[in-house]
Design a protein around this ligand. Structure first.
Ligand SMILES: *Cc1c(COP(=O)(O)O)cnc(C)c1O
Length: 422
């Protein structure tokens, strides 16, 4: 039996209708931006393996650091105990974040980082004696993860539909623009006494189709929240660690959020790890002689030393002399290619934020995630050795930062060809 056939017998894949799923491609090796299947076919990983891989696959520096850590300390309970990789990672990460972030809380992935952030905010108001502040504000098209709290603060969609009765109520805002910003601010003002926090993806909403909005409007929304003491959560799970051209997307803001959620690029895409950071104000509300004011949250693998070691190695590379020039190079190349697409009759819009380039295809009436166009595009690029996984009719490139100009040019050429042929 082939690996794909053995897979079909025992595996249930994520985000996949298993009834008519195409055979899953067995990948045997990764190197830089390339993935190799069992027949030796090479693919450019142009979506960074679901947005996590920032420095390329099987990076030798990360591999060495991880293997060393595995031989020293693979894991230890993180209540009552600590270890060098967790402390060093927090020490190095906190000063990099915009504003004054004070503490790191570890968990396992982006969704858990969001759950922790929501619990910090909701309990903040319980601990400070304002029990009525339980509402959460989020963007209508947000995506914050797949666990119940994260799903609740995400936009309602086909993904959340089966659970809609069970998700908690959220005040959803439209994405801000010149025409509605005053109205959004009024809504926040009006609700302020009931609101615990505002959670947002800063400037780029990933899963809903790489939707983008301006930093200036987010600044105004954060400022309005701050006026009323509403806590703000920046979900930088996707945008963090250089993705939008800066180390963190929130560097473009004048106002600093109270809480950050990080994952995906955190370990360079090597291992699962989530981080929720908070400022002094949030942390302070949990310091008490009253045991009930403790944050009773944790996971078996909290602050796994191997994952922390991978993150430290990834941070070495992120802060090394090569990475910023790579970000600038990709940003400039994307920009040049975007210019050639301007006014293309098959594209409704082209959007860019740093290393992310998104192209929204014209579909007539059928623009859903399930549209046939999506599958045709996916297979078209796969055949040509490129992994691009459109979100419905939105095709996007989100590559590891080590991608070469030649590989970028090949992707652009293939997209141009697809625009002519599909
Ligand atoms: C992917 C993502 C999450 C969820 O992270 P997981 O590790 O998949 O649970 C949360 N927020 C944003 C913005 C994301 O892009």
């Amino acid at each position: 039996m082939s690996l794909a056939e053995r897979d079909k017998k025992v595996i249930w894949h994520p985000y996949t209708q298993m009834k008519d799923a195409l055979p899953h491609i067995p990948i045997v090796r990764g190197e830089g931006v390339y993935l190799f299947d069992e027949d030796g076919k090479r693919y450019i990983d142009a979506v960074s393996s679901w947005w996590v891989n920032i420095h390329g696959h099987a990076h030798p520096h990360i591999a060495a650091r991880v293997s060393e850590q595995l031989k020293t300390l693979e894991h230890v309970i993180f209540a009552g105990f600590t270890h060098e990789p967790a402390v060093e990672l927090a020490e190095r990460l906190l000063p990099l974040l915009p504003g004054k972030q004070e503490k790191v809380f570890y968990s396992d992935n982006g969704s858990t980082a969001v759950e922790v952030a929501l619990k910090m905010c909701l309990q903040y108001w319980v601990n400070t004696g304002k029990q009525g502040r339980t509402k959460i504000i989020a963007f209508k098209e947000a995506y914050h993860g797949d666990t119940f709290g994260a799903m609740s603060v995400s936009g309602r969609s086909i993904f959340t539909d089966p659970f809609k009765g069970l998700l908690f109520d959220v005040e959803f805002l439209d994405l801000p623009h010149a025409g509605n910003i005053e109205q959004l601010k009024s809504k926040i003002n009006y609700l302020s006494n009931e609101v615990a926090c505002f959670i947002f993806e800063p400037m780029v909403l990933g899963a809903s189709g790489m939707l983008m909005y301006e930093a200036a409007y987010l600044d105004q929304l954060i400022e309005t929240c701050q006026k009323h003491g509403i806590l703000t959560i920046a979900d930088e799970v996707m945008t963090g660690f250089g993705r939008t051209g800066k180390y963190f997307s929130c560097e473009a803001l004048a106002n600093s959020p109270d809480i950050f959620c990080l994952s995906k690029g955190l370990t360079g895409g090597t291992m699962p790890l989530g981080i929720t950071t908070c400022n002094k104000q949030v942390f302070g509300a949990f310091l008490s002689n009253d045991q009930l004011k403790t944050l009773y949250h944790g996971h078996s693998f909290t602050a796994n030393p191997v994952a922390c070691a991978a993150s430290l190695a990834s941070m070495d590379i992120l802060l090394s002399a090569e990475t910023l020039p790579n970000l600038q190079r990709i940003t400039a190349k994307h920009g040049e290619f975007a210019l050639t697409l301007q006014g293309h009759p098959k594209l409704k819009a082209v959007r860019q934020a740093g290393t992310i380039l998104a192209m929204e295809w014209e579909t007539g009436n059928d623009s859903s995630y399930l549209s046939g166009l999506r599958n045709r595009l996916y297979l078209y690029f796969l055949e040509r050795g490129i992994v691009l996984r459109p979100l419905g009719n939105i095709l996007y490139i989100l590559p590891p930062y080590v991608i070469s100009n030649d590989d970028l040019d090949y992707i652009y050429k293939t997209i141009t060809q697809a625009l002519n042929e599909i």
